[in-house]
Design a protein around this ligand. Structure first.
Ligand code: HEC
Ligand code: HEC
Ligand code: HEC
Ligand code: HEC
Length: 410
């Protein structure tokens, strides 16, 4: 008899090298009934023979209207299943049947199929040739996103006249922007924009900026080498140091805050510092915590503190530069295979999949509508534009079939 067994060497190697996903599934306890398949059982579709595959094909009559005659979908939102990895397909069919992947069309279609039928259907779809995208669009490199720091630098040209070219103030009364955590920076700009923080001039600069432009500016200033403001400070730093003990809990011992909600104030321009404290005291800049912190301070005490903090060294904030699409792809490919051609029978291939389905799936992992702890973690850091570029990237890769091998059995 001629058996069609799966050539799993590569897949198993990836499983061992990758470690994590495979092990728990293999060692999971096996309660009876509709729960998780037991040791090795989830790989049954991998070892199906020709007869199984043929029987699986005959059981897909009800699938054709959505997934197409050869598992190649022509319907929006319906994934291609031709050439998809066998153990993954089987696991997903079980999930729909158990109602844990909430899709009513799918649940209805497989409600009455036996577990054996699901194994065979998975083997059948896995054995089909995957869709081939139009030749001109295959193998495209990931689309390049503009470098956010470079974009921030370009936008900061409009700010340098007041805040200094690299965010180090040279003009008394103008705040330095180095050393500010990007989260605080974005909050401050947003507050000017929506009028929560009242300052007509800054509002006029902030208002035309998009959220992305503000985020880029924040990253640009966070990436600059911090230095103290090059402006004079009138007060007595020694007296200011004693009084500053009350501020350390929020702004850090040395004026460098560990909490991005509380701005770092080390090296800040002294005149701006005093203006800010006065504004909190008279309520024109609204913040309850700061209001109570400064309510008892005299003007002299404010100047002393300003002089003390102006003399402290600002530090570069921690700022994660967003990854480029190419950098994301490297991370995704570690599990999903080179160009999204998974060699692990449990991990889905992404290459050539419908773009809107990839997009929808990533959003579903992000929102928790589709539950998977690995993909929840992987997708949580993706911005809207990352999701769009990754979906575009994988939909344009040339899909490769999962390698089957014919073996002779006596
Ligand atoms: C009414 C249309 C419809 C029918 C009929 C249908 N499907 Fe689906 N199928 C879908 C849609 C839509 C999705 C994506 C749902 C989601 O996002 O969870 C899907 C998802 C799947 C997936 C998951 C693919 C992946 O990459 O995660 C598999 C496997 C699948 N279907 C197999 C089948 C099989 C086998 C049948 C027949 C027994 C079938 N489907 C019948 C619409 C349908
Ligand atoms: C004409 C001078 C001027 C220009 C140009 C200017 N700013 Fe400002 N900026 C100020 C002044 C003055 C303040 C303090 C306002 C206040 O008291 O709230 C300020 C405050 C800020 C703050 C809040 C700092 C803090 O520590 O809370 C940020 C952030 C900021 N500016 C960013 C920018 C950016 C980004 C640009 C360019 C798009 C820009 N500014 C252009 C004068 C300017
Ligand atoms: C309970 C926490 C807390 C304490 C205590 C505190 N601050 Fe603040 N401080 C904040 C927060 C939060 C902000 C930002 C508020 C906003 O968005 O306007 C802030 C803002 C400031 C600013 C404006 C910085 C900028 O870049 O615009 C200065 C200056 C400042 N604090 C100085 C002090 C001084 C001096 C003390 C001690 C007398 C002090 N703070 C005590 C939480 C605190
Ligand atoms: C640590 C391994 C791992 C990494 C890294 C990883 N994935 Fe996944 N991915 C999986 C597994 C396992 C599944 C199947 C989850 C399930 O059953 O829902 C999956 C499912 C998916 C799906 C759904 C496919 C389908 O047919 O429904 C998409 C889309 C996806 N991943 C995209 C990505 C992208 C984009 C990245 C990089 C940002 C990424 N993945 C990184 C392991 C990984």
């Amino acid at each position: 008899m001629k058996l069609r067994a799966l050539f799993v060497t590569l897949g198993l190697f990836a499983l061992v090298a990758g470690g994590m996903i495979a092990a728990p599934a293999l060692h999971a306890a096996t309660p009876a009934g509709k729960s998780k398949p037991g040791a090795g059982e989830d790989l049954r579709a991998v070892y199906a023979n020709v007869t199984d595959v043929a029987e699986g094909g005959r059981a897909t009559a009800a699938c054709v209207r959505c997934h197409g005659a050869n598992g190649i979908s022509t319907a929006k939102g319906v994934p291609h299943v031709a050439g998809q990895r066998p153990a993954y397909l089987y696991a997903k069919l079980r999930a729909y049947q158990a109602g844990t992947r909430g899709d009513h069309g799918m649940e209805g279609a497989i409600k009455f199929l036996s577990d054996d039928a699901l194994v065979k259907i998975a083997a059948y779809y896995a054995s089909l040739d995957p869709v081939q995208p139009p030749a001109k669009s295959t193998g495209k490199p990931a689309p390049a996103k503009p470098d956010p720091v470079a974009a921030g630098k370009a936008a900061a040209a409009a700010c340098g006249g007041c805040h200094g070219e690299t965010g180090i103030s040279k003009i008394p009364g103008m705040p330095s922007l180095v050393g500010l955590d990007p989260k605080y920076f974005v909050a401050a700009m947003t507050a000017y924009k929506n009028g929560q923080r009242k300052h007509d001039m800054m509002k006029s600069f902030a208002a035309p900026l998009s959220d992305t432009a503000i985020a880029n500016l924040a990253l640009f200033y966070a990436a600059q080498k911090p230095a103290k403001a090059q402006t004079p400070a009138a007060g007595n730093p020694a007296a200011g140091k004693t009084a500053a003990a009350a501020c350390a809990g929020c702004h850090g011992e040395q004026g460098v805050s560990a909490n991005p909600d509380n701005p770092s104030i080390a090296g800040q321009d002294a005149e701006y510092f005093v203006t800010a404290l006065r504004a909190y005291k008279d309520g024109s800049r609204k913040d309850d915590m700061m209001k109570s912190a400064v309510s008892a301070l005299t003007d002299g005490a404010m100047k002393d503190m300003a002089a003390y903090y102006a003399g402290l060294q600002p530090q570069q904030p921690k700022a994660d530069k967003p990854l480029s699409t190419a950098e994301w792809v490297q991370k995704c490919d570690r599990c999903h295979g080179i160009n999204g051609n998974s060699t692990d029978p449990r991990t889905p291939a992404l290459a050539g999949q419908r773009i809107e389905y990839l997009d929808k799936s990533l959003h579903a992992y992000q929102s928790g509508a589709r539950k998977d702890s690995v993909m929840a973690a992987m997708s949580s850091g993706l911005s809207e534009s990352d999701v769009a570029s990754l979906a575009a990237h994988y939909s344009q890769q040339r899909p490769r079939a999962f390698v089957f091998m014919d073996v002779q059995c006596k």
